[in-house]
Design a protein around this ligand. Structure first.
Ligand SMILES: *[C@@H]1O[C@H](CO)[C@@H](O)[C@H](O)[C@H]1NC(C)=O
Ligand SMILES: *[C@@H]1O[C@H](CO)[C@@H](O)[C@H](O)[C@H]1NC(C)=O
Ligand SMILES: *[C@@H]1O[C@H](CO)[C@@H](O)[C@H](O)[C@H]1NC(C)=O
Ligand SMILES: *[C@@H]1O[C@H](CO)[C@@H](O)[C@H](O)[C@H]1NC(C)=O
Ligand SMILES: *[C@@H]1O[C@H](CO)[C@@H](O)[C@H](O)[C@H]1NC(C)=O
Ligand SMILES: *[C@@H]1O[C@H](CO)[C@@H](O)[C@H](O)[C@H]1NC(C)=O
Ligand SMILES: *[C@@H]1O[C@H](CO)[C@@H](O)[C@H](O)[C@H]1NC(C)=O
Ligand SMILES: *[C@@H]1O[C@H](CO)[C@@H](O)[C@H](O)[C@H]1NC(C)=O
Ligand SMILES: *[C@@H]1O[C@H](CO)[C@@H](O)[C@H](O)[C@H]1NC(C)=O
Ligand SMILES: *[C@@H]1O[C@H](CO)[C@@H](O)[C@H](O)[C@H]1NC(C)=O
Length: 497
């Protein structure tokens, strides 16, 4: 027994790194209304997301992530892989443009070279390891190889016979790739990137995998899966797949390569053939996954060893082809509104639960100032927003510009209308955000500590110093405003139509 424990300890320390596991989030961009990089970063900050993976190395996104402290995994998209795997110079060029140009301001910590190449782009498999090596040698040349790890995300479907985990092995067809790949990961101190989707395992199991087992829900002891070879008990599919990967690596004699799960999640909506793609299951899976990972539980084979995990994904991607579920893996919609509120009591280091359901209406970045002014005039006039905080000497006067003032007014209106649909539009110059725009003593309606602004006609009386809300209300079409608002406007008789 003592020897067994010693062996276990040795094994554990072999894979180790005493780092805590973290939760990251994948940022797919196939949205018809993709938020700007600034908006994306605002959402990440509000939700305290400290690790992200991009599917490319988008310059604007990397710039927006600069000086945020957020750790970034960038990707070489599959369509650039052949070029990079065939030419050291192309790889060096890619690194110069997409990495060297951004560090250290942007904290790039890993490069994912390709995505599920063996299964998605098998004809690039022969050059995959070269691509990793070329990228790595360019990092070495820039002295960045210590801080930036190079790896390539795999589909877990390359692992065969994955239950019991102790019998798992990588599809032998890929040994000519996997062996040099694992050598590379080992010699560079990198990790195996693995995509783990219990949702698909469950869907494809024809009822053999209980839903509770896929969702990390407690199972009665007699239903727990036991690996007859190791006697290890498995209480969830996620752990079993990660352990299958550890065993598949050790089958090839690699026992000290850590695993980072580059994608995992559950869709919140699907078509009629996907009855388990529902909000409840998505919430249960992701909430339990986050708690499981952050608890540093590890897996039965390597208890306590961090298995950091990137949730798939930040936004619902409405433009993704395929079934309905493909478009509904996100935690947030394009406006940054949560699709569901995660159950994270006791795990609140990520996903600030106090702001998950708080939304504000702000002026769109780069909106035409004339349009903003017109909308501001409407809000402070017919819209009956109390714009007095915008007056000179009042808390929201500074910064004195139309974007800032209209943000205040748009939000006050939106909060007063109980955030009902269409009340944050203002002819397209307004947008919803989850980050509280309050600053200094300027507390926005809807922010903690203050309620929505009440209608207060008297405050609309212009003061001689007022530069922002004195303009007479101008005609400002009915656009997306609600009928009740229009009636209100007509009753005041203040609108010049
Ligand atoms: C980047 O992240 C690494 C890993 O946590 C950290 O050690 C380092 O200080 C960060 N660098 C910057 C510039 O924030
Ligand atoms: C590739 O280029 C790097 C410089 O970017 C150089 O250090 C390395 O030796 C080259 N490797 C090969 C295999 O040509
Ligand atoms: C193993 O990989 C080969 C090559 O992609 C594929 O043709 C084969 O179907 C795979 N085997 C299994 C059992 O998935
Ligand atoms: C793993 O190591 C064992 C013992 O050294 C050896 O017999 C076996 O051939 C090795 N397997 C592989 C795939 O290298
Ligand atoms: C957290 O870890 C402890 C032991 O380290 C374990 O008893 C507990 O069940 C874990 N909780 C979750 C939610 O995994
Ligand atoms: C999240 O909710 C839990 C319980 O409701 C609470 O203890 C914790 O402080 C909250 N976290 C934040 C950041 O508000
Ligand atoms: C979020 O807010 C909306 C309305 O503002 C409300 O209907 C909903 O119940 C809230 N959700 C949560 C989880 O608090
Ligand atoms: C918000 O308004 C409601 C009713 O008007 C009041 O009961 C509540 O205390 C207010 N909350 C804050 C934070 O002022
Ligand atoms: C309107 O605002 C003024 C000045 O801020 C205040 O004195 C008055 O009580 C308010 N009226 C209502 C109905 O809230
Ligand atoms: C106008 O601004 C001046 C200087 O800031 C101030 O002394 C004065 O009281 C203001 N007048 C009104 C009506 O707000």
């Amino acid at each position: 027994m003592a020897i067994f424990l010693l062996l276990l300890l040795l094994l554990v320390s072999a894979v180790s790194g005493d780092e805590d596991a973290y939760i990251g989030v994948n940022i797919g961009t196939d949205l018809s209304d993709m938020p700007t990089p600034t908006e994306v970063v605002a959402l990440l900050k509000a939700q305290r997301i400290r690790h992200v993976r991009l599917y490319d190395a988008d310059q604007a996104m990397l710039l927006a992530l600069a000086k945020t402290g957020i750790q970034v995994t960038v990707s070489v998209p599959n369509d650039q892989l052949l070029g990079i795997g065939q030419s050291n110079a192309t790889a060096a060029n890619w690194v110069a443009r997409n990495i060297v140009a951004h560090v250290p301001a942007t904290n790039i910590t890993a490069i994912a070279v390709g995505s599920e190449v063996l299964t998605a782009l098998p004809n690039a498999a022969p050059i995959l390891v070269s691509a990793l090596k070329f990228i790595h040698s360019a990092l070495v040349a820039s002295n960045l190889d210590d801080q930036i790890k190079v790896s390539t995300p795999h589909s877990s479907s390359i692992i065969l016979d994955s239950f019991p985990p102790s019998q798992a092995f990588f599809n032998r067809s890929w040994d000519p790739v996997m062996v040099p790949l694992l050598k590379f990961l080992q010699s560079t101190g990198s990790y195996l990137m693995l995509n783990v989707y219990p949702y698909y395992d469950y869907m494809q199991s024809n009822g053999k995998i209980p839903l509770d087992y896929a969702l990390f829900r407690p199972l009665p002891p007699n239903k727990e899966a036991v690996d007859a070879n190791t006697l290890l008990h498995y209480t969830n599919v996620f752990d079993a797949v990660v352990d299958a990967a550890y065993f598949a690596m050790s089958y090839l004699n690699f026992t000290n390569i850590p695993i980072v799960v580059t994608e995992s999640g559950w869709p919140s909506k699907g078509d009629s053939s996907e009855p388990d793609a529902i909000v409840d299951n998505a919430n249960t899976y992701n909430s339990n996954l986050i708690k499981h990972v952050l608890n540093n539980t590890g897996t039965p084979k390597h208890p306590g060893i961090a298995v950091s995990t990137y949730i798939y994904e930040l936004y619902n991607e409405d433009l993704r082809p395929g079934s309905d579920s493909e478009k509904n893996w996100g935690l947030f919609d394009a406006n940054g509104i949560p699709v569901y509120t995660l159950h994270l009591t006791g795990a609140d280091t990520v996903f600030a639960n106090d702001t998950t359901n708080k939304t504000f209406c702000i002026a769109k970045q780069g909106a035409d100032p004339k349009m903003l002014q017109a909308a501001l005039d409407w809000a402070c006039g017919p819209g009956k927003v109390d714009c007095s905080p915008l007056l000179l000497g009042h808390p929201c006067y500074e910064p004195d510009n139309v974007a800032s003032h209209s943000t205040y007014a748009f939000n006050a209106y939106y909060q007063r209308m109980a955030k009902s649909p269409g009340t944050c539009d203002f002819k397209g110059v307004a947008t919803i955000t989850t980050s509280d725009p309050s600053h200094g003593s300027c507390i926005f309606p809807g922010s903690s500590g203050k309620n929505g602004t009440l209608i207060n006609d008297t405050s609309l009386a212009p003061s001689s110093n007022d530069t922002s809300s004195v303009h007479p209300p101008r005609s400002y079409g009915t656009g997306s405003f609600t009928t009740s608002v229009m009636i209100g406007v007509l009753l005041t008789g203040a609108v010049f139509l």
